[in-house]
Design a protein around this ligand. Structure first.
Ligand code: PLP
Length: 397
């Protein structure tokens, strides 16, 4: 463990070598297809700027955000790589264009908005057309692809890509192939007008187990962070989880049999035990659903969460010996090596995506390359607001 802060607040340790490794491993797997690194939702909670830099340095061809604002944030941090906004850009097309962001058009209004922005700015707008082949979320219907491409051409847009999103790539190969079969003619219709448009469909689950979905480009999200959308994909995976989440023990006390712990008194000690109060709660992103269910690790040993998860604290049963097994100031691993985030997510009846993206802004991100801490993103410190952006010192990995 490196970069343990002196204070008692929680922190997320992010291994930028792991990000680079994961990008490289997927790039090698999917070649000659290229890799778009998905850094939306603050880089799945890891910190979009640091992840984008690491992914770009490791060979990502493109970055993907969900919103124009996320793209602008990366540009303001100095990221020059091609960026595709995967979600709606309606009403923000001009800002996107000014920052050289590619936008997704999934309806006529989006195309017209991009066309109008391009006219106003006197600059070409680059768009990817999204086709809905079965996700039933966003996209032109496959049979509308020709019309969309014609309209784009009429508006003077450059269609750089055409894509779809797969709804059940991890566990429904038949439906995945149906989606691909619907996508192929739609993509060809677009490429009849825009021959250089790249085709993309696969996110992590599909690229791992259905090579035929890789096409020209894959959109790597969860896998970039070293995790997998479903446990059966783990076989043979060389990915390395990038994040370890930590908190600290704030106080330890021995309680007598019959003592209740926390809000609602949902836990009662059956015998004398030691209770450690740990500095992370649902306000930091640790799910309240793990009240009386979760586990955390201190010095390699797991201890159960007892009582309710609070906004800032959880309480652990750290044993019943004569002396406490934990002391104030001890680092507590919330997830990481030996306690996967997938296990934490499962205990809270959710998925790793939600746990990662739910880690609050006030939780510091500590960036590591090898054994060196290369940057810290901390919104609030004892001195006040420390940095609204990651420090410029976070180097290219
Ligand atoms: C359009 C699109 N592509 C790719 C991804 C990345 O998916 P994953 O994290 O499963 O790789 C997402 C994530 O939700 C997405 O919305």
């Amino acid at each position: 463990m490196t970069g343990v802060p002196p204070d008692l607040r929680p922190w997320a340790e992010v291994d930028l070598d792991a990000i680079a490794h994961n990008l490289g491993a997927v790039a090698a797997l999917v070649r000659p297809a290229q890799v778009l690194a998905v850094v939306k939702a603050d880089g799945y909670g890891h910190g979009a700027v640091a992840v984008a830099r690491a992914a770009e340095a490791a060979g990502a061809a493109m970055l993907g955000t969900a919103t124009v604002a996320e793209g602008l944030f990366l540009r303001r941090a100095g990221i020059r790589a091609p960026i595709l906004v995967l979600g709606p850009a309606h009403g923000e097309e001009e800002a996107a264009l000014a920052a050289e962001l590619m936008v997704t058009a999934f309806d006529e209004a989006g195309l017209r908005g991009a066309g109008a922005a391009a006219r106003r700015r006197g600059a070409p707008a680059r768009v990817h057309l999204k086709v809905d082949t079965g996700m039933t979320r966003l996209g032109f219907p496959p049979e509308g692809a020709t019309k969309a491409a014609d309209l784009a051409a009429g508006l003077g847009l450059f269609v750089d890509g055409v894509f779809t999103h797969l709804a059940a790539a991890e566990d429904d190969p038949a439906f995945t192939h149906q989606q691909l079969d619907r996508f192929a003619p739609a993509a060809e219709a677009v490429r009849a007008r825009f021959p250089r448009a790249v085709r993309h469909a696969a996110a992590t689950a599909a690229l791992m187990q259905h090579p035929e979905t890789r096409l020209d480009l894959v959109r790597l999200g969860l896998g970039l962070y070293g995790l997998l959308p479903a446990p059966h994909l783990a076989a043979g995976s060389a990915l390395r989880p990038a994040m370890t989440l930590w908190a600290k023990v704030a106080q330890v006390r021995q309680v007598a049999a019959g003592t209740t712990v926390g809000y609602g008194r949902t836990f009662r000690a059956a015998s004398p035990i030691w209770i450690a109060t740990v500095t992370i709660g649902y306000g930091d992103g640790y799910p309240r659903a793990l009240s009386n269910r979760g586990q955390m690790v201190i010095e390699g040993r797991r201890y159960p969460v007892v009582g309710r998860v609070n906004m800032e604290y959880v309480t652990l049963d750290v044993g019943s010996g004569d002396r406490s097994e934990a002391a104030p100031g001890d680092p507590v691993m919330v997830f990481g090596p030996g306690l996967p985030v997938d296990e934490v997510a499962e205990g809270a009846s959710t998925i790793s995506y939600e746990i990662l993206t739910g880690i609050a802004p006030r939780v510091r991100r500590v960036y590591r390359v090898g054994d060196r801490v290369v940057g810290v993103r901390d919104l609030v410190t004892a001195e006040g607001v420390a940095a609204l952006h990651p420090p410029a010192g976070v180097p290219r990995a």
